[in-house]
Design a protein around this ligand. Structure first.
Ligand SMILES: Cc1ncc(COP(=O)(O)O)c(C=O)c1O
Length: 399
């Protein structure tokens, strides 16, 4: 018996690759600070659980394939507050942002079609690209420039007759970038001139720091027919386990195709949608302390990293990640060494080697992605472990 070649070619996610080493460390009684995953430790608002407790229907039925109307209405209001007008038929609820991504790619791409994406990018996209045989054409970006985009000429050069879409997350995972207006204008121009879709993954929209603000691609009126927004409550309301996302687009033909896929999987989880609707009803002031908390963590991370010898990081502008250059040749080996051999008072850290966020062979070898979705105290301890770990590792390697 043989599984499909489609599934056999799938790679392990770089975020999960080190899990066996972490399990071993746990067996050895270590405490691990997880700087490797984007699982926020902020509590899910209680309104979510209350709404589910108040759900009194005797039978837990399938919901409408497009998503519960009460949830779609809340999403519509949420966008209206952002000055973006969407009809209910322009919002389809999905099982997390992940399903929104999968359905979008299924709808747009034939095998061998090409997608342009700034690199490094969220590695999970690769599972979908590989499953669907989509050819990834990376737009190279560099840590020295804060992972901002290259010139229009450079991006334009990458477009071929097979290019179907430009895709990115904004704010960005794994880099923490927030694209400036001139960068989005440039992508809009390229998409217009070459008739390309824009897939704008905006699941971290609320989390921007300092002067940075995430501009939704939905605000480009001249691009309405080309823009697809990927959304989710996972990070917005710290509700990753609720598995509720959405696809938002004004392109009717595209939305009709997505609706067919929604029908094929019958419905998103009813109770999660009930809870999600309650989350969208929460007063927007909810985001003020949450954002302040993330900003504090970002500041701790950036300040600490800036004082570590040989370490280079761009100041994260949004989301809760940073791609960090380490003074080691092989970051994956260093991450494994931390789990296997290094601890301070029995505590160690787990980081994600950044190589898996790049498509271009050889890039990211000396980089890690750090997620700062951890509380202040845990983050400070983790930074100390990283600092001391690097010092120790370099003495061992240099011997
Ligand atoms: C950039 C980006 N897009 C989409 C997702 C998918 O999130 P979910 O499926 O939980 O909505 C994630 C999750 O980490 C992400 O980082």
């Amino acid at each position: 018996m043989q599984l499909s070649s489609r599934v056999l070619q799938l790679k392990t996610s770089p975020v999960r690759k080190l899990v066996p080493y972490a399990e071993k460390a746990l067996e050895n009684g270590r405490t691990i600070y997880h700087l490797n995953i984007g699982q926020p430790d902020i509590e899910t608002p209680e309104e979510f659980y209350e709404a589910i407790n108040n759900f009194k229907e005797k039978t837990l039925k399938y919901s409408h394939s497009a998503g519960l109307v009460e949830l779609r209405e809340e999403i519509q209001k949420y966008y209206k507050d952002l000055n973006l007008d969407y009809g209910l038929d322009e919002i389809l609820v999905t099982v997390g942002g992940s399903e929104a991504l999968l359905f979008t790619l299924i709808s747009l791409f034939d095998e061998g079609d090409e997608i342009l994406i700034p690199e490094p990018y969220y590695a999970n996209y690769n599972s979908f690209y590989d499953l669907l045989n989509i050819k990834v054409v990376p737009i190279k970006t560099k840590g020295e420039n804060g992972f901002h985009l290259p010139s229009k000429e450079e991006v334009q050069k990458l477009v071929t007759s097979r290019t179907k879409a430009i895709m990115f997350s904004n704010p960005g995972n794994p880099t923490g970038i927030v694209y400036r207006k001139d960068e989005l204008d440039m992508l809009n121009e390229i998409s217009k001139e070459n008739n390309l879709f824009i897939i704008s993954d905006e699941v971290y929209r609320e989390f921007t720091y300092g002067e940075n603000e995430a501009i939704s691609f939905g605000s480009y009126k001249d691009a309405e027919d080309r823009v697809i927004i990927i959304d989710s409550i996972s990070k917005r309301y710290s509700a990753c386990g609720a598995r509720i996302g959405a696809i938002i687009s004004k392109n009717k033909e595209f939305m009709n195709s997505i609706y067919k896929l929604c029908q094929a999987r019958l419905s998103a989880p009813t109770l999660d949608m009930v809870g999600a609707a309650a989350l969208y009803r929460i007063n927007k002031s909810y985001f003020v302390p949450v954002k302040a908390e993330y900003q504090k963590r970002r500041d701790i991370l950036f300040t600490e990293l800036s004082t570590m010898e040989g370490v280079r990081a761009a100041e994260p502008e949004g989301a809760f990640y940073s791609v960090v250059k380490l003074p080691v040749e092989n970051a994956e080996e260093f991450c494994i060494w931390l789990l296997e051999h290094f601890h301070i008072e029995n505590e160690t850290v787990m980081l994600t080697p950044a190589e898996g966020f790049y498509q271009t062979e050889g890039l990211g070898k000396d980089e890690v992605r750090i997620s700062y979705a951890l509380k202040e105290e845990a983050l400070k301890k983790s930074m100390n472990i990283l600092r001391e770990g690097l010092i120790k590792y370099r003495t061992i390697i240099e011997k």
